[in-house]
Design a protein around this ligand. Structure first.
Ligand SMILES: [Zn+2]
Length: 488
């Protein structure tokens, strides 16, 4: 999409065509808008409402003024002036995905080769252009960035999306990583002490950041200072931890923990306080069967302290051994040729490489078991794909894959969809407006061909994504970034 200066006439046209829409939409969005009317009636559609309730066949869903205004038994409706009618027999609607580990960057390993060797420093280039389009195309209407590298870019992107100047989901911008000394990522600030952590939180909260994420090398004292500073402003803190165990973090008041139960280090051999262990949680995960007293005690602590867990299964999938489906062609098509090449190198398993000490397939299964035990105990499980990994987790596609993997973990499809939609809204304190299909809520609605409540892989068949009542064409959004993901 090339930027063009608008003359007075086109500005007027925009104002007129956007009547009733707030905010005013720029011309840059027009190519992607498939449905926009003051009243839209989705007729004869199956509804998965996002609460975990069973799908209901043959419903009419009415969208007016950006909200869901009516849900009724299916009936034929005649299109009229100002009313667009879509016949959606054979289709399903579900709430827009609330993606809770949805980065706006890619991971670049300089000079990666077929032996999986690469040079330092590893970099995470911004995907400010491609990621928002791929997320929206995949059905994500709200996301948390869960750690930012170019925080100003993310904040300005959010501003421009909200102003209707750029396509993309609503964004909860997470501040720069709260990382301690020793981080391998050259783009991250390394905290020096608790006062530094407090200052970082205050500085970025003043500039519009709405969440924070602690990282692998933070100390307990720094984490505590960051949590206290964020909570004073009503802002939540999550963590991808290593130096601090899950239990320690829960007791310090953290709100959420990333990567399921993968990065809890409490049972790792030679784990020292405030220091990341060599195993980075793999040993603990292997030890912690759901029936173990350690797992039961940990889950009880998390539930008691209202700590959510973010499931990020797609980022672990390619380590989980054979029998995994290949990456979808559409996801490969989104990548630059270089990103595609790196993806194939990264998934290469050279014979010279030693086998991992603990079977990754077993860890994948164990994590799934613990996520289910956490939910069974009353814990709030939320979801996001963590795009990056070996370059194989791509925005939007990864969000759909997360739902499929939650079903593999044993959740019924409608429960998996709830985890990826309403639960995220509950975590963000926004469940009055978003996260489910209900009268009065924002019309963030995904139109899918097929029935994901019986065939979960149908979540991949997204055709239209309504955000605040405007229907965007998924294919056109995807096509607009073909061959760009990995570049910008
Ligand atoms: Zn991440």
């Amino acid at each position: 999409m090339r930027f063009r200066f608008m003359n007075v006439a086109t500005v007027l046209l925009c104002v007129l065509s956007a009547a009733g829409q707030t905010p005013e939409r720029s011309k840059a969005l027009e190519p992607f808008v498939r449905v926009d009317a003051s009243r839209v009636v989705l007729t004869h559609v199956r509804v998965i409402d996002g609460t975990g309730a069973a799908a209901v066949d043959d419903q009419n869903v009415v969208v007016e003024g950006g909200k869901i205004s009516e849900i009724a038994k299916g009936s034929d409706v005649v299109a009229a002036e100002g009313t667009t009618v879509l016949d959606l027999r054979g289709y399903t609607v579900m709430p827009g995905i609330v993606g809770m580990h949805n980065h706006l960057f890619f991971i670049a390993r300089p000079n990666l080769n077929s032996r999986r060797e690469y040079d330092q420093p590893v970099l995470v280039p911004q995907m400010t252009f491609s990621a928002p389009r791929l997320y929206l195309a995949g059905g994500v209407t709200t996301l948390r960035t869960t750690g930012s590298v170019e925080t100003y870019a993310d904040l300005n992107l959010k501003r421009d999306i909200d102003a209707g100047k750029l396509p993309g989901p609503h964004i909860d911008v997470t501040g720069p990583y709260l990382e301690g000394a020793g981080s391998p990522f050259i783009q991250m600030h390394n905290l020096t002490d608790p006062e530094d952590a407090k200052q970082l939180v205050d500085y970025w909260a003043d500039r519009g950041v709405t969440s924070f994420k602690a990282y692998m090398y933070i100390t307990r004292a720094e984490l505590k200072a960051a949590i206290d500073a964020a909570h004073r402003r009503g802002i939540k803190v999550t963590g991808h931890l290593c130096s601090v165990t899950y239990k320690e973090a829960a007791e310090l008041g953290i709100d959420d923990l990333e990567h399921g139960f993968y990065v809890n280090t409490q049972l790792d051999p030679e784990k020292k306080p405030d220091t990341c262990s060599e195993s980075q949680g793999a040993y603990t995960l292997n030890q912690m069967t759901p029936e173990s007293s350690e797992a039961r005690d940990l889950i009880a602590t998390l539930v008691q302290h209202h700590v959510a867990i973010t499931s990020t299964l797609p980022v672990f999938e390619n380590r989980a051994g054979g029998g995994r489906p290949p990456l979808r062609q559409q996801a490969l098509d989104a990548m630059t040729p270089e990103a595609r090449e790196d993806f194939f190198y990264a998934r290469n398993r050279p014979a010279s490489q030693p086998a991992p000490k603990i079977d990754p397939a077993l860890l994948f299964k164990r994590d799934m078991e613990l996520e289910r035990a956490f939910v069974a105990a009353g814990g709030l499980l939320i979801a996001g794909p963590d795009p990056t990994g070996a370059g194989d987790v791509v925005p939007g596609f990864g969000d759909q894959r997360e739902i499929e993997l939650l079903v593999e973990a044993g959740f019924p499809p409608v429960e998996a969809i709830r985890i990826a939609t309403l639960n995220g809204a509950i975590y963000m304190g926004r469940d009055k407006e978003i996260g489910s299909i209900a009268v009065g809520k924002n019309a963030d609605v995904v139109v899918i061909k097929g029935d994901p409540s019986t065939t979960v892989s149908d979540v991949e068949n997204v055709e239209i994504v309504f955000k605040d009542g405007v229907g965007y064409d998924a294919r056109k959004l995807r096509d607009s970034v073909k061959g760009r993901y990995g570049a910008y």
